[in-house]
Design a protein around this ligand. Structure first.
Ligand SMILES: Nc1ncnc2c1ncn2[C@@H]1O[C@H](COP(=O)(O)OP(=O)(O)OP(=O)(O)O)[C@@H](O)[C@H]1O
Length: 397
């Protein structure tokens, strides 16, 4: 099965978004010495600058697939191309310096400081001292570690999350075009895991590497992946798709089972708000006369209007039954703070509604009011996402 992903999103980067490479697996197989077929005849393309997740049950060949990219495992047949270059033509040592590798146990050297750990590959590459130091400090800041506070500590003097960040910094040190990441968060509890995932996504926004990320956790996959390959035994790709496609249209029963019966709920998190889904109730200003607001409500048959303040920001709402008597809208309006930015996920919109016990949530573009989502419009937005017309917010919280 072959799939070629779309063009990557780009972001400016202080830490080197300049380099990201396409990875192409062509007819790749791995048969181990005892005859076990780890991966059979795999064709897969990882787009430059995207975060692709390999997910599937234990033993399906995820790690084998990933390790064939940096030749920690040699393919039995087939080719692995990085930006068109066959990796078997590159010395393994040299190859691994060009490919960042992050694993669960992190693998920091315990007797070296954080700075020395992060500077490992640049040192091997023969960079001069000042360049290494500058690069290491820049990376520590990028991953959220204060060079002054943490740079001279030893790994044992860091928290688990800080060690993980140092490991990521080390993998990024020589600005590799590719980052391989193997179950980095599987040993931490769900709360810390979610925080580390968020941090990792933020980092990827900055560095925009081609990342191949292995996990057996579908929640993690849909949360962080631009694209996901669901694998079954022998490295067979059952579906290669964006999180929203995978959840909205599983290709077969295997994928449907794997993504789970609650895939509708999971889809909320990966589906963005589309302008076409917004409802447009009447909009009035706090300083408007109540009589005018009443007329607007009667004209449209709406039961309530959105109220904006003098500066056009969300103030609250005015129900038809309070739009009586003289005076200004401000005297009868109720305050309401239920709003989300236009790039929020449907999950965030729904969570905001529930948290504030609101019947609707306003959608804003900076301060500008765009419209509202109600439970009904949210439901139709979710239905529409299955038809593939709603923007995705890969990795949305
Ligand atoms: N060195 C080896 N010798 C023989 N078989 C192996 C070897 N390494 C892996 N395998 C087998 O190859 C298959 C794929 O293993 P792999 O580690 O790629 O799976 P995985 O999907 O990463 O699993 P997990 O989620 O449990 O880590 C499994 O059946 C495994 O037992």
């Amino acid at each position: 099965m072959d799939a070629t992903a779309q063009a990557p999103r780009r972001a400016s980067s202080p830490a080197g978004a300049s380099r990201a490479a396409e990875i192409r697996l062509e007819g790749v197989s791995k048969v181990f010495a005892d005859g076990t077929v780890g991966v059979a005849e795999l064709d897969l393309t990882f787009a430059a600058g995207e975060l692709t997740v390999l997910v599937g049950p234990s033993g399906c060949g995820k790690t084998t697939t990933m390790k064939m990219i940096n030749r920690l495992i040699e393919p039995t047949t087939g080719r692995v191309l990085i930006d068109g270059e066959d990796v078997t033509r590159v010395e393994p040592e040299q190859l691994r310096r060009r490919i960042g590798y992050v694993i669960q146990s992190i693998g920091l050297f315990p007797h070296q400081t954080v700075r020395a750990n992060v500077g490992t590959v640049p040192r091997l590459l023969g960079w001069d001292r000042q360049r290494i130091r500058d690069r290491v400090d820049e990376l520590l800041v990028t991953v959220g570690l204060d060079p002054a506070a943490h740079g001279d500590r030893y790994p044992a003097q860091l928290s688990g999350g800080q060690r993980q960040r140092a490991g990521v910094a080390r993998a990024l040190a020589a600005d590799p075009a590719v980052l391989l990441v193997d179950e980095p968060f599987s040993a931490v509890d769900p709360v810390v895991r979610e925080r580390l995932q968020t941090e990792f996504l933020r980092l990827q926004e900055t560095v925009r590497k081609t990342i191949v990320f292995v996990t057996h956790d579908i929640e993690e996959a849909v949360r962080i992946g631009d694209r996901i390959a669901v694998m079954s035994q022998g490295g067979h790709v059952e579906q290669y798709a964006t999180p929203a496609e995978l959840l909205g249209r599983p290709a077969n029963d295997f994928v449907a089972d794997f993504v789970g019966a609650d895939r509708g709920l999971k889809r909320l998190a990966v589906t963005g708000i589309d302008a076409a889904d917004l409802e447009q109730p009447p909009v009035v200003q706090v300083a408007d006369r109540l009589a005018d607001a009443r007329a607007a409500l009667e004209r449209t048959g709406a039961r309530w209007a959105v109220v904006l303040d003098d500066a056009g920001r969300l103030h609250g709402w005015l129900s038809a039954d309070r739009a009586t008597g003289p005076g200004a809208v401000g005297t009868a309006a109720r305050r309401m703070e239920a709003w989300v930015p236009k790039n929020a996920s449907l999950k965030t919109a729904f969570a905001t509604m529930l948290q504030l016990e609101a019947g609707w949530v306003a959608v804003l573009d900076d301060d500008r009011f765009l419209g509202v989502l109600t439970p009904e419009s949210l439901h139709s937005a979710l239905r529409r996402s299955v038809e593939g017309r709603v923007p995705e917010t890969a990795g949305a919280v």
